[in-house]
Design a protein around this ligand. Sequence first.
Ligand SMILES: Nc1nc2c(c(=O)[nH]1)N[C@H]1C(S)=C(S)[C@@H](COP(=O)(O)O)O[C@H]1N2
Ligand SMILES: [Mo]
Length: 393
Amino acid sequence: MVTRTRALPRPPRFRGRLHDPRTATVIGRWLGAGVAVCFLTGLVSHGLQTPPGWLAPHLPTRPVWGYRVTQGLHVATGLALVPLLLAKLWTVYPRLFVWPPVRSPAHAAERLSITVLVSAALLEVCLGMTNITQWYPWPFSFRTVHWALAWVMVGALLVHVVVKAPVIAAHWRAARPARAAGTAGAADADDVDPDAGDRRALLLGVGAAVATVTAVTVGQTVTPLRPLTLLAPRHPDHHQQGLPVNRTAAEAGVTGTDATADGWRLRVVGPRGTLTLSLAEVGALPQHTARLPIACVEGWSATADWGGVRVADLLARVGAPEDATVRVVSLQRRGAFSVMEMPPPYARDPLTLLALRLGGEALSPDHGFPARIIAPNRPGVWQTKWVSRIETL
Ligand SMILES: Nc1nc2c(c(=O)[nH]1)N[C@H]1C(S)=C(S)[C@@H](COP(=O)(O)O)O[C@H]1N2
Ligand SMILES: [Mo]
């Protein structure tokens, strides 16, 4: 009788070099540092943009450029994670094909945690990149999912570091390169690293990729590097009065006579009643100037000279208390930015303006004519344009 044995599928063999724990450890360290910076600056961003009730009264308005730096770093490190993630995945991908695929319950758990880590990291970075290019192909809210995935990713990363602690510890320091070992006589073979030269070349390449990605993008927030900004997602024509424009007046549907110098009225509502002011009347109030940046969550930022009326002065005229939270309403009818809430630290800050002027000129329609908010150390999304109403809550 003839018995036929079916050949088991064979796992592929990887003879390529540098798919080793030392390379994975070195790239993992850079990756870990990048994720840490991205995560911490992301916490700051989330706290400033949507503070929980207990935090809102304590938000810092200084330094005025704080959010500009943290959000610039957030987007820059997020972009740097792209080459680092790809390099790390290239280094470890043969391990996806280990045989047998599951050796024990602990091994299964480890593989599952790696699946979560890799998927969360790739999705998180891709989501961030689609957001900064203002492309929203997903049916869900970017911010909610980016926030939740950040926690999944950092949790999975901590598990990964704990599981891999022995490997990381064993490969934290470089073994001696083969050449040096040759002269060392009775060197332990384990201490010799024949791949040291190649690894250095790989790491230099990855470092160069990170440097290039950073150089061609970071000019969107580091002004002296602006000429290098090849990959800025902002439309190059959307630049007015020295400042980029995220959404134009036409895109926001602000085209009516209520946005003209004659037709516009500002309503300020407080405990003492409602004040209705024309543009000329707002212009006749005490004017102040402030040099403040707009820092968009998408990573671009720019400093400008603003002129206008202090929001605190307007609020004082309607008897608002010192600790008032304020609602600001835009002429823009639709969308998340048509209404904004301003916590007390910004509302009472002398640098928070209802700005009428930008760089010494009246605001252009796309920058929020006749009046917009500019506040220190606040995400760009809350620098509301085309303001029509300010009321205490
Ligand atoms: N009413 C309104 N205000 C708005 C926006 C908007 O879409 N509508 N965009 C916000 C965003 S996301 C940013 S970054 C800043 C950009 O201001 P700018 O277009 O004048 O540079 O305006 C903010 N104010
Ligand atoms: Mo923005």
